[in-house]
Design a protein around this ligand. Structure first.
Ligand SMILES: *Cc1c(COP(=O)(O)O)cnc(C)c1O
Length: 396
């Protein structure tokens, strides 16, 4: 009998639909994928060059487990420059991607039975990582009318003496929505009053559109800063998903515990990728803005088109490269005699009949929605949305 805990973990559903679409593509089928959870751009050249240089200069050995002093300093400088937050290098831990950072955080914080509040819809990994670390994920209901954001009322109802942490992800995957500064301040005050850690996943902070701004709860007060653990990384901002570099900023005490955990579970993150991440953080930032502008064009186009499709509606994405689309009105209708019972079979019928891959909301805790990624070319978006439109028009 294998570990009961391990057997209770579901494989990532976002990766599942992506691999099914890739498999159909490899069979020569003309599949349009809206499942991508990563930028479709290449890593910028000066970052790639830094990695090649690192290899040729012999940076191929172990580094300290929590990352090189050089990269920790680059992260601290970034937090100062972009977020006006002062952290010392001993408060930074570099890991194998932000996902790994999150895993370290839950291992460092949770005792058996500790509760972690997670606003719904949530990134699929949060509840699974909490469970893997013997914690209890507690879903916090939100309303679309309120931008899918947690309210003090719902946080208050869920809080008890086992509540250890709250996960905030702004800009949010999958909803594309951003918490405003005042909303965040109230949440930070609430968490400070109740000694609740705030795990602030800021991985999409550079992908923000229009007048929206990203703020970190760490900036509000000394107490809020002690309770906030910032999670970030280079994957989404610099098109570096495959390089696997993420980081945290926290109190020195939490950072020390996470370093010890990592020293036994993973040792240091890839030495060459750390050099590349230094080049990303310290180098020219123009590439980030260029990618953001490209995403913004696609975002506007997608929002315009999707809102014109019958039975579908969505909030305009404020950040990320996702649009979270309600299919509630389509559920209950039939396609060719098959009844649509949830976004799961909406997605599978769409893939089978129109060769368009979308991610059903079930894995995000929101079964009436699908997630469309605009991290794909304008041509794909155009063609894919035409197909979705014709699929929806065939519903009876
Ligand atoms: C992509 C993503 C991450 C993880 O990124 P890494 O590649 O592991 O650095 C973390 N949080 C959210 C919400 C994401 O979408």
């Amino acid at each position: 009998m294998l570990s009961k805990k391990a057997l209770s973990i579901n494989p990532s559903p976002t990766m599942a639909i992506d691999s099914k679409a890739k498999e159909m593509k490899s069979q020569g089928l003309d599949v349009i994928g809206f499942g991508a959870g990563e930028p479709d751009f290449d890593t910028p050249e000066h970052i790639r060059e830094a990695a090649i240089k690192a290899i040729n200069e012999g940076h191929t050995r172990y580094t300290p487990a929590a990352g090189t002093p050089e990269l920790k300093e680059a992260v601290a400088a970034k937090l100062k420059r972009e977020n006006d937050l002062s952290y010392e290098p001993n408060q930074i831990v570099i890991s194998n991607g932000a996902k790994h950072s999150l895993s370290n955080i839950f291992t460092a914080l949770l005792n058996p039975g500790d509760e972690v509040m997670i606003p719904v819809p949530y990134w699929v990994t949060y509840p699974e990582l909490v469970s893997l670390n013997d914690g209890t994920p507690v879903a916090i209901e939100t309303a679309e009318e309120n931008g899918f954001k947690a309210t003090l009322e719902n946080l208050g109802k869920a809080t008890n003496n086992k509540t250890k942490a709250l996960v905030l992800n702004s800009p949010c995957n999958p909803t594309g929505q951003i918490y405003g500064e005042e909303e965040l301040r109230r949440i930070a005050d609430f968490c400070s009053d109740n000694d609740i850690y705030i795990i602030s996943d800021e991985i999409y902070e550079h992908l923000i559109y229009g007048d929206h701004r990203q703020t970190s709860t760490a900036s509000f007060s000394e107490k809020a800063r002690e309770l906030t653990i910032i999670v970030n990384g280079v994957s989404k901002s610099y098109a570096m998903t495959g390089w696997r570099i993420g980081y945290t900023a926290s109190t020195p005490e939490i950072a020390k515990v996470m370093s010890s955990i990592q020293s036994h579970t993973a040792s240091n993150p890839n030495t060459i990728a750390q050099k590349a991440a230094v080049a990303a953080l310290n180098g020219p930032q123009q590439c980030v803005e260029e990618m953001r502008i490209a995403f913004d064009k696609r975002r506007k186009y997608m929002y315009e088109q999707v809102t014109a499709i019958p039975h579908l509606h969505a909030l305009e994405p404020q950040g990320t490269f996702y649009m979270f689309v309600s299919v509630k009105e389509a559920i209950g209708k039939t396609y060719n005699g098959t009844k649509l019972s949830s976004s799961d079979n909406f997605a599978s019928l769409l893939l089978e009949n129109r060769k368009v891959a979308v991610v059903p909301g079930t894995g995000f805790g929101a079964p009436d929605y699908i997630r469309l990624s605009f991290a794909t070319s304008m041509d794909n978006i155009e063609e894919g949305l035409k197909r979705i439109n014709s699929f929806v028009e065939d519903l009876q």
